[in-house]
Design a protein around this ligand. Structure first.
Ligand SMILES: Nc1ncnc2c1ncn2[C@@H]1O[C@H](COP(=O)(O)OP(=O)(O)O)[C@@H](O)[C@H]1O
Ligand SMILES: CC(=O)OP(=O)(O)O
Ligand SMILES: [Mg+2]
Length: 395
């Protein structure tokens, strides 16, 4: 049995995980899985081998409350019951917010975890669960080396002008500035581009990470120069249930006319809006694409329209555009969304190849398209595993 790394990506009601075995200098994914509906009525655990074959499944009781700590206990117990899987020697976590302090992954200790706790108000949908995952592993094995990889870290290279808000100094001193998220996804996808499109891959690239959370990033020579997400992961593109960019005057109106307080506004911005709020049907792009309801159609159109508006902003920050890249669940699988974005962005010199797009090819533009558009599946867990291994080797 080899040694291994566990990667945890804890969301509000789910934990995605992946287990990697170490063979010499290489890391191989041996299993991945999902615990979903944590805190809900029907928690469900499933683990699969790399080829998709089911390795294990549990339907834990929802009572007493099946929380993140219990979910992790079940995951670690399941690993123990499978001695053929690698024996864990480190755990890597996705942590959404690293504030101003962390511009790279970090080997955790209790003082750092306390600091990450303090960042919870900046990412209420993600950070509490990321930190809960770290604490749950400490509770089970206090000596397990743990590494945090931050969504924000990749964007710390942005120039000051891209990070500023035009607000008084005292608030900026508190860390009220633009951060950017989905950093592991951008790091991974950007690292693949030189292999796929040669020298151009080091140029001025816009990556659209379109998942349940969605953002875009402008990358020059492998470094982030701008992002659509800002202080929090609610800015920029509309998402499954998040508004994206919205006139702050709307919030003042909600406070003044509807008497909304902090909790109601947070719910409105993060949970009731986006694709779900606009369509009134679903936050799931698959459901919207298969619906003939006009509300579903205008929602998909709005999503694509906002992507193309932000593409202009990202290209302006870069001073040019060498390639457009789609990734994330929607970016990788929703051909009609990619087609509509490319159609609206045709004037940039993006010429869609409809057959390549439908077939899920890597390059989805024609050979003579001035700017190529690509689809590159992301691998946030793989990046976390690599950083975790590197830092855990220093313990
Ligand atoms: N085949 C598909 N066609 C269209 N949309 C898809 C498809 N598969 C997944 N999606 C969409 O991807 C989104 C989830 O993206 P994902 O990156 O998995 O989310 P998360 O941010 O939770 O990791 C959902 O809106 C889902 O509908
Ligand atoms: C930062 C963010 O939006 O993450 P996710 O896509 O996992 O919701
Ligand atoms: Mg995501």
């Amino acid at each position: 049995m080899s040694s291994g790394i566990l990667v945890l990506n804890a969301g509000s009601s789910s934990i995605k995980f992946a287990i990697y075995g170490e063979q010499g200098d290489t890391l191989n994914e041996v299993a991945h899985g999902l615990i979903e509906d944590i805190g809900g009525a029907k928690p469900h655990f499933v683990a699969k081998a790399r080829d998709g074959q089911k390795l294990g499944e549990l339907h834990p009781a929802a009572e007493p409350l099946y929380d993140h700590a219990r979910a992790l206990t079940d995951l670690l117990a399941w690993l123990d019951e499978h001695p053929e899987l690698p024996k864990l020697r480190a755990v890597g976590h996705r942590v959404v917010h690293g504030g101003t302090l962390y511009s790279a992954p970090v080997l955790l200790d209790h003082a750092i975890v306390d600091h990450l706790d303090n960042l919870i108000p900046l990412a209420p949908l993600h950070q509490p669960h990321n930190v809960a995952g770290i604490k749950a592993v400490y509770a089970i094995d206090p000596n397990m080396p743990q590494v945090a990889c931050f969504d924000t870290a990749f964007h710390r290279s942005q120039p000051e002008v891209a990070r500023l808000f035009a607000i008084p100094q005292k608030y900026r001193d508190e860390g009220v500035q633009r951060y950017g998220f989905h950093g592991m996804s951008y790091e991974f996808v950007a690292s693949r581009l030189p292999d796929l499109i040669g020298e151009r891959g080091h140029g001025k690239i816009v990556i659209a990470h379109l998942g349940n959370g969605a953002s875009m990033c402008a990358i020059d020579q492998g470094k982030s120069v701008a992002s659509t997400m800002g202080f929090t992961a609610v800015d920029g593109l509309p998402m499954g249930t998040r508004t994206g960019n919205i006139d702050p005057g709307v919030l003042l109106y909600m406070i003044g006319q509807h008497g909304m307080g902090l909790k109601q506004l947070t719910d409105l911005l993060y949970k009731q809006s986006g694709l779900l709020g606009l369509s009134g049907i679903s936050n799931d792009m698959r459901t919207l694409l298969s619906s003939s309801e006009p509300a579903a159609q205008i929602t998909v159109e709005y999503f694509c329209y906002r992507i193309v508006r932000e593409l202009g902003s990202m290209a302006a920050a870069l001073g040019g555009l060498d390639a457009l890249v789609f990734t994330g669940g929607i970016g990788e699988h929703a051909a009609p969304v990619r087609a509509r974005v490319c159609e609206l962005a045709a004037w940039y010199g993006i010429a869609l190849d409809p057959a390549a797009n439908e077939a899920g090819a890597t390059v989805i533009t024609t050979a003579d398209s001035r700017i190529p558009a690509l689809v590159v599946p992301t691998d946030e867990e793989g990046i976390i595993a690599r950083h975790t291994r590197r830092l855990a080797s220093t313990v």
